[in-house]
Design a protein around this ligand. Structure first.
Ligand code: ADP
Length: 261
């Protein structure tokens, strides 16, 4: 009797061990698949600007260098390509740091109204190219103090406003609003009347490298990393990010922050 019980226990344990191992292997497989897809995406994103830069340099070496106007034009284009590469590498660096848990937030109190105004000033020229009006709807005051990593929140606001311009329509608008919530929180909304996003794409928006329009021909550039970074930053703050969008009408991205009384 004693032995049978032991055998039963043993069998159960062996079974449990086998199931655990199977699960472990499944997890590793998924992770491996994820890693492979990530590497594939990275090299794909880097290739396009690299080929552009290489193309201009080869053309210069091929003789274009002797022509004063062509020389300047091609060097400027090559420089643009290098700039784009730098952006992508910096974004990747940030994402991998977040995913490894290597990025510490530097928390401080700052005025979110002033931060949004700074971002508006930096992006004014970009908005003017499409005649998009950047406006600030702040029903409260000139100063709303919040708690967060100032530099990273500036990146969040920048990425959201850059997107509202990129996917905004000619003569459109981007409106930023700040409102109080309960529990000492504020919500910052970035609203546009641009192209909007179809329902089926919304759940995937914050995935790295996800873009609605994957065709490389798209004039706006971008690599699908911006919103992924935004989400990482907001979640590292233990805050929430939301999106509402209607295809053909516009989008609103919003996030919460802790308010300082
Ligand atoms: P990127 O802009 O570099 O493609 P993001 O991660 O910032 O990458 O955005 C992912 C995708 O979400 C974009 O390619 C675009 O299709 C969609 N998107 C983001 N913001 C907006 C917006 N304000 N209006 C419409 N579509 C948007």
């Amino acid at each position: 009797k004693h032995i049978t019980t032991d055998m039963a226990t043993l069998t159960r344990e062996v079974k449990k061990f086998a199931t655990d191992k199977k699960l472990e292997i499944e997890t590793l497989k998924v992770r491996e698949e994820y890693r492979r897809e990530f590497l594939g995406n990275v090299s794909h994103e880097l290739k396009t600007p690299l080929f552009t830069v290489q193309g201009y340099i080869l053309t210069l070496l091929d003789g274009a260098m002797n022509d004063k106007t062509l020389r300047k034009k091609y060097l400027q284009r090559a420089e643009k390509g290098v700039e784009r590469l730098t952006y992508i590498v910096n974004d990747l660096d940030m994402i991998s740091k977040f995913e490894m848990g290597d990025l510490n937030l530097v928390m401080e109190e700052f005025n979110i109204v002033e931060l949004v105004q700074n971002v508006f000033d930096l992006l004014e020229m970009e908005a003017e190219k499409k005649n998009i009006i950047l406006s600030f709807d702040n029903k409260y005051s000139k100063s709303i103090m919040v708690l967060g990593d100032r530099g990273k929140i500036q990146q969040v606001v920048t990425n959201l406003i850059v997107n509202s311009i990129k996917y905004g329509k000619q003569d459109g608008y981007t409106e930023v609003g700040i409102e109080d919530l309960v529990n000492n929180k504020v919500i910052i909304r970035v609203k546009d009347n641009g192209e909007g996003i179809q329902k089926q794409h919304i759940p995937r928006l914050f995935e790295r490298f996800f873009r609605v329009d994957k065709s490389g021909a798209r004039a706006e550039g971008g690599s699908g990393l911006g919103l992924s970074i935004v989400k990482h930053i907001i979640e590292a703050h233990d805050e929430k990010i939301y999106v509402e969008s209607q295809f053909g009408i516009g989008s609103e991205f919003s996030f919460t922050l802790e308010k300082i009384k």
